[in-house]
Design a protein around this ligand. Structure first.
Ligand SMILES: [Zn+2]
Length: 414
């Protein structure tokens, strides 16, 4: 208990430094990213980013939200992933056609963008079978989180035919969804489902490799439940550090837009996005610019701990049910704010370079995507289920800049 107590002190102090940093005059320098505190001093036995003491005692986040992780089924010795899914309401519902009869209603699309419950069960089971607990908050529609009463997922977004605002970097719009979680982004990774991501595009999604968020596009509502399910797995896989040839750390030499590889049997491979609901179970040898390279199985290389997860808490200890030894639950008051100069050493923006790849996938629609902008690298067309797939691969922040037409130099420098 003594060690745990020390860890608690360390967490509380680190947390306090960060929170004071957010409220000082230099806060304007902290725009996009959450503060990152040094939780490296806390033991995280299962490597899921959530310190053991959080999973054993629960935590209170900076905004006062109590997260009773043990009651939610978190286990310090088994990786836990918390996924929040939100999606667009149908065009019909967004127009209010159930209560009024505006002219547009006769042609309004009634497509639901909700993922199927079966598909979410399939995702949970798949991770379960690989030793990972996937906890999903999909609002009133679905949750598998025990003792969970305050859902944030579900149908919370008004319909719009194109999700991303073309005037703003898509990567930053993705990060917005993380920021919208507020302090809960310490626990949950957000995914959003909706219609087209870009005008005329049939791409199926956009994700940040190694970061916590993704968008699943269902252009025109034509994807079936299994395709949506597989695309969630694919985009979620990017956030867990996978690219289209295996884990990013092993395939960084493979350029965006490179062909798929036959040996890579994974939902991450475009050729299997819709016919293989799994990450790779086996290693393979990838063709890279430096010859054949051994690529371990996806399941052996998932990057589950993320800099955002488990980064910050106000205090330790939040349980809905105290099961044993309540006197051992330790709560540390937040120390007084520290000097700004010290804060700056602790504050760390999530740097742009951590956002390695944002990418667009192909969609199984028959309608070809609109031509990508000249500045964006276009992936060769690939055949999936005998239908045309067009993918625009974008290289993270660099590519997002490219999409704005100022990326040529960056790409050349890269
Ligand atoms: Zn992808």
């Amino acid at each position: 208990m003594r060690a745990a107590f020390r860890n608690t002190i360390a967490a509380a102090v680190a947390a306090a430094i960060a929170v004071s940093g957010a409220s000082v005059a230099h806060a304007d320098e902290i725009e996009l990213a959450p503060l990152r505190t040094n939780t490296a001093t806390l033991v995280d036995s299962d490597g899921d980013g959530l310190p053991n003491i959080w999973e054993e005692e629960g935590v209170v986040l900076a905004d006062g939200t109590e997260i009773p992780l043990p009651d939610w089924g978190a286990d310090p010795n088994r990786p836990d992933l918390f996924l929040q899914l939100n999606w667009m309401a149908s065009e019909y519902d967004t127009l209010g056609c159930d209560t009024s009869a505006v002219r547009e209603c006769s042609e309004a699309n009634r497509t639901s963008y909700a993922p199927s419950k079966q598909g979410l069960d399939d995702l949970v089971d798949l991770f379960e079978n690989h030793g990972i607990s996937l906890h999903i908050d999909a609002g009133e529609h679905y949750t598998n989180i025990a003792n969970y009463s305050d859902a944030h997922g579900g149908e919370t977004i008004d319909y719009r035919g194109i999700y991303f605002d073309a005037s703003r970097q898509e990567a930053f719009q993705l990060i917005d969804t993380i920021d919208q979680l507020g302090e809960r982004a310490n626990i949950f990774r957000p995914g959003v489902l909706g219609d087209r991501m870009r005008a005329g595009s049939n791409a199926t999604g956009l994700s940040l490799v190694g970061d916590n968020t993704f968008y699943v596009a269902n252009p025109g509502g034509r994807a079936n439940e299994e395709q949506v399910r597989n695309t969630i797995l694919h985009e979620f896989g990017h956030t867990l550090g996978l690219r289209h040839w295996g884990a990013a750390k092993y395939v960084e030499d493979i350029a965006e837009g490179s062909p798929m590889q036959d040996g890579y049997h994974s939902v991450m491979n475009y050729n299997h996005q819709f016919d293989y609901f799994n990450y790779s179970e086996q290693p393979y040898f990838a063709d890279t610019p430096h010859g054949k390279v051994f690529i371990p199985a996806d399941w052996d290389s998932l990057e589950i701990a993320s800099p955002r997860i488990g980064a910050y808490a106000e205090s330790i200890g939040a349980r809905a049910e105290i099961i044993e030894q309540p006197e051992e639950i330790v709560e540390i008051e937040q120390p007084a704010p520290v000097e700004v100069a010290e804060v700056h050493e602790m504050v760390e923006l999530v740097p742009a370079e951590e956002i390695e790849v944002a990418e667009a996938e192909a969609q199984p629609g028959a309608v070809p995507a609109e031509p990508v902008k000249a500045e964006v690298k276009a992936e060769p067309k690939v055949e999936v289920q005998n239908q045309v797939n067009i993918a625009a691969i974008i290289g993270g922040i660099v590519a997002a800049l490219a999409a704005l037409g100022i990326g040529g130099a960056f790409l050349a420098m890269r």
